[in-house]
Design a protein around this ligand. Structure first.
Ligand code: S3P
Length: 186
């Protein structure tokens, strides 16, 4: 299908960041379809490269190992710009390493999809593939993660979109509009 809304990004990706359940993958797919830019889902790519589910990587090799894989992938993407440039859907914890935040900002246009912890809970708590939520009190965990990471997402993003109550098609349009304005001003 032809994209309905191609965007001139000067060869650079559109990057979605935010806590698990905020819609990075769903919105990434929509933005990809609308713009014709391929979707690069970091979690999915890491799973493919390692041949293990994220939950399995956490369980068998630990979170630090997974974080190192994320950094290695970002370094690779910075050194090997993808053609055509992709829409990158990141893992929620990618901002926990300062080096990752620096690479993300250099790499492309970074959008934080900011969703409140209560909305996030409704969306993601049932996901068995989210090792960090396999706790006795997922609501408290999500609230804690949101408070810990909000400053990191904010500092890394070129643009913040508050999307708790915004339907996905509209979020997609806002991401595309923001990207268009960002790249046009460069
Ligand atoms: C994580 C979020 C997950 C995945 C991993 C760690 C996190 O990605 O990368 O389980 O630290 O918040 P999603 O945000 O796509 O769920």
């Amino acid at each position: 299908m032809n994209p309905s809304h191609p965007i001139e990004t000067n060869g650079r990706p559109i990057i979605l960041i935010g806590l698990m359940g905020c819609g990075k993958t769903t919105i990434g797919k929509l933005v990809s379809k609308r713009t014709g830019m391929p979707l690069l889902d970091m979690d999915a790519l890491i799973e493919e490269q390692v041949g293990m589910k994220i939950s399995q990587i956490f369980a068998e090799r630990g979170e630090a190992h997974f974080r190192a894989l994320e950094t290695a992938l970002l370094r690779f993407l910075e050194q090997h710009p993808q053609t055509p440039p992709p829409v990158i859907s990141t893992g929620g914890g990618v901002v926990t390493r300062p080096e990752n935040c620096e690479i993300l900002r250099r790499l492309g246009f970074v959008v934080w999809l900011n969703v409140s912890p209560s909305s996030l809970l409704r969306r993601s708590v049932r996901a068995a593939n989210r090792p960090l939520l396999q706790t006795g009190d997922p609501a408290a965990t999500l609230r804690r993660l949101w408070h810990e990471r909000a400053p990191l997402y904010k500092a890394t993003a070129h643009r913040i979109l508050n999307t708790s109550r915004v339907e996905v098609g509209e979020v997609c349009r806002r991401v595309c509009d923001a990207a268009e304005r960002y790249f046009a001003a460069r």
